[in-house]
Design a protein around this ligand. Sequence first.
Ligand code: HAM
Length: 421
Amino acid sequence: MKNIRAVKGTCDILAGEIEIWQEIERVVRDVMALYGYSEIRTPVFEETGLFARSIGEDTDIVGKEMYTFEDKGGRSLTLRPEGTASVVRAFIEHSLDQRGLPQSLWYMGPMFRQERPQKGRQRQFHQFGVEVIGSPSPAVDAEVMMLFDMIAERLGLGDRLFSINSIGGEESRALYRDVLVSFLGTVKDRLCDDCQRRMVTNPLRVLDCKVPSCREAVHSSGSLPKTVDYLTDSDKEHFESVRKYLDDNGVTYSVDTFLVRGFDYYTGTVFEMNCESLGAQSAVMGGGRYDALVKELGGPGLPAVGFACGMERLAIVLREAPDRKTPINTGDVTVYVVTPGAETDSRALSCAESLRRKGISAVSGSSDRSMKAQMKAASRSGASYAVIVEPEDNIVSVRHMDRSEQEKMTFDAFISRLSGD
Ligand code: HAM
């Protein structure tokens, strides 16, 4: 019978790789606390309508990539393809505005999109992200980017450069839409079928199409109008303030006047950070302002801004980053207890347990494996010490793994030395 394997586009994260994830998670938690953001956990599946209404019917995600199924009660449910819609749903459902504004929330967890798997692109992937709901201030747009920048810096990600743009609010987008539709009319014959339809229903989405011939027609023409040239005075002012705050705080960015993101909910500032080492799937994070979504989903008319970072992609970039300060910690066990024979097994078990009770991490070997095999396992575990249980009561031989020195002592002396008693 054929062995069952992990589903295409999903993967197991094993020891040796999990350490970098744990480090990312630790840094994320620390930095979120520094900025005073609160964690929120939402379910991994939601009513399908939530995503259709927020992300937009015309987007690739809703059109082609969602894991949607009917449950036994006939409800249409979808595995969340992203976190923003769920956070906004929870914000409205629990009237979080009553707890004071803005609400600065963060989350971390798996997301699901049925895309073609490749390096940095999976069907189950993980994001951490933030959503700040209830402030229209450009300072918050800058703050969420600064927050990501600090996480990336602490993790040792060199050469951080945001791409930023503004697609403007409703009024600006209506102005832009008109000129965009005229422009698209000039390249219409070269657009894919979806984009020919989108030209009428949702022209901004054409800029985000992934079909190569479409991208070529739109982006290589040299005459694609820029969103920033059609911003209202207040949208322009907002964008200028975001840039000033980033400048004031030493956050590096470049303005990419053609950056539009693949969701319908964005209304102003949009941003991404791209890393060359990721190849084709270069965006490690992305986000922006979405001032209309809370109301659109039935809540109060509150503005919001947020981002999400792809953790698989961040892990790839970190592994390849030349100036990572913190080494990847592979295994943090301090002591490996070696038991030469069946008669010392029970003492080995007790030694390991005594160490753990003192807060010292320990692994106990077992005499069904040879001493040599246990010493090999000790070395593989990254332990600082191998402790060999000797036949005499309370006596152990302590091997310093990095120096290959061995000394005999009582186990009590060893434990006091390690715990500094
Ligand atoms: P997004 O750009 O779709 O935005 O995703 C954010 C990040 O998730 C991407 O930059 C990428 O690193 C990662 N990502 C997306 N799809 C995949 C995939 N199939 N495999 C691996 N990584 C992936 C959002 O999700 C928005 N909710 C961000 C946001 C929050 N905007 C406002 N608030």
